[in-house]
Design a protein around this ligand. Structure first.
Ligand code: GAP
Length: 445
């Protein structure tokens, strides 16, 4: 293994271990040995996931007059997936190693003639494998009752285009956004949550006149890059843009936003110009004309679609990978075992806990708990009174809490608390009446 690969693997192992230890993410059905490609988000993981969802929703829907929200079903009419091309074409080539029995996706093998697991050249002929997850709807389990779990959240958006437009009186150009689960029977789930079989997508489909398609494509590309820079604080060396050279026959342009995951570069989001393909296909298969009549210009046309599509699980993995830090503790004394401070330098906007309130002593519980209950109204907050104050700080560092607020004996007299910054460990005395404003400013900075 190359040196970089070893380092990446070590970092990945540390993140997986922290996620399990601190209740961010752990294998689904773990007491039954886990279930490959499925992950559960624990108390801190689900808080962080929700924070990312809320941030995306706020940026993409709530603060825009021209984007509407949708929450569609996971199972749709099976013809939806015929129209989208998923039933006939959503497949990967796979091969099995006859020696070690490992199964591989051909496009992911460094050498398609050699098993990456054991080096054997005895491989089965590559064969197509459809990624749609099947189920049955109704009491009879036969071909007529087959249905599919959605493989992407965008298809119901296209199907509901008319209903949303009419209900909201939106005129083209406008967009529809959805956050929800998607399911793919991935041949080889890997890299922790990066490639899972059940995952969450955050997608927005923007409907416009084809003549303005490229302008809108550039607009959304810029919006999404700004989001990563300004909201998730991605620095220029942490993400890059990959321009697709090979495009689908109906597409005009496509880019991926790639980030440095703990295992190396990988796709986080796609911004795609999908042409008129989606609405045309659903018009054809449903018999419902999804073209738009522009009353202002007395013109009818099939809208062009610009899509922004990002995985929530991948966003979280990218954030955790970037946030993980180990520091030799400043308090290190000669002769002591090496003391390492582990911290997650998460942006305060998406940290699972933004403010931890800690009494210096259990004797101060009543006051500190009261303060925590107040802070809880404005921030994702936690109260902790167990163990030494040093240990409590360390615990908060590991879950990425940017601010710890300590209520001490002096607080009873000066009505102020000590606020400790996770990254610098600097401590500042802040009056309790100013605390909310102080934290709000720091968290939204
Ligand atoms: N509607 C377009 C679409 O679904 P995609 O590139 O297949 O495009 C979009 O998926 C995003 O969904 C990806 O950039 C990635 O973040 C996420 N994603 C896709 N497959 C995934 C998987 N198996 N596990 C986790 N996230 C996945």
């Amino acid at each position: 293994m190359a040196e970089d690969d070893v380092k990446n693997q070590e970092l990945m192992d540390k993140i997986v271990s922290l996620c399990k230890r601190r209740g961010f993410v752990f294998p689904s059905s773990e007491i039954y040995g886990g279930f490959n490609g499925f992950w559960d988000y624990g108390p801190y993981g689900s808080r962080m996931k929700r924070a990312i969802e809320n941030l995306w929703w706020h940026e993409m829907v709530e603060t825009r007059d021209n984007v509407e929200g949708l929450d569609s079903t996971v199972i749709c009419h099976p013809t939806v997936w015929k129209a989208s091309g998923h039933i006939d074409q959503f497949s990967d080539l796979m091969t099995d190693c006859k020696k070690c029995k490992a199964r591989h996706r051909v496009d992911q093998m460094p050498d398609p003639n050699v098993c990456p697991n054991c080096g054997s050249t005895e491989l089965t002929e590559p064969r197509e494998f459809n990624l749609m997850m099947k189920t049955f709807v109704g009491p009879v389990f036969d071909d007529e009752h087959v249905a599919y779990l959605r493989a992407e959240t965008c298809q119901p958006i296209f199907v509901d285009f008319h209903s949303v437009r009419i209900a909201t009186r939106q005129k083209v150009p406008f967009g529809i956004a959805q956050i929800g689960k998607a399911f793919r029977n991935e041949i080889n789930p890997r890299n922790f949550t990066f490639r899972s079989r059940e995952f969450t997508q955050m997608e927005m489909e923007f409907f416009c006149d084809g003549e303005e398609g490229m302008e809108w494509f550039e607009y959304w590309k810029e919006q999404r890059i700004n989001y990563y820079r300004n909201k998730l604080k991605f620095s220029d060396d942490f993400f890059r843009i990959y321009e697709h050279e090979k495009l689908a026959h109906y597409a005009k342009a496509a880019i991926d936003i790639e980030v440095k995951f703990p295992f190396g570069w990988g796709e986080l989001e796609g911004v795609h110009h999908r042409g008129q393909w989606d609405l045309s296909q659903h018009s054809k298969f449903s018999g419902e004309d999804l073209a738009y009549f522009d009353h202002d210009n007395n013109r009818k046309f099939m809208p062009t679609v610009i899509e922004t599509s990002v995985g929530l699980d991948r966003t979280m993995l990218a954030l955790l990978g970037r946030a993980y830090k180990e520091e030799k503790a400043a308090t290190q004394k000669e002769g002591m075992d090496e003391d390492v401070r582990i911290l997650l330098q998460l942006p305060p906007l998406v940290a699972p806990i933004q403010v931890a309130v800690l009494p210096q002593s259990k004797k101060l519980k009543e006051n500190a708990y009261g303060l925590y209950k107040t802070m809880e109204r404005y921030f994702r907050a936690e109260y902790d009174e167990t163990g030494s104050i040093g240990k409590r700080y360390r615990r908060q560092d590991e879950i990425g809490t940017p601010f710890c607020v300590t209520f001490d004996f002096d607080s009873l007299n000066d009505n102020a608390v000590t606020v400790r910054d996770r990254d610098t460990m600097a401590q500042e005395r802040v009056g309790i009446t100013q605390l909310r404003d102080y934290l709000e400013e720091k968290i939204n900075a």
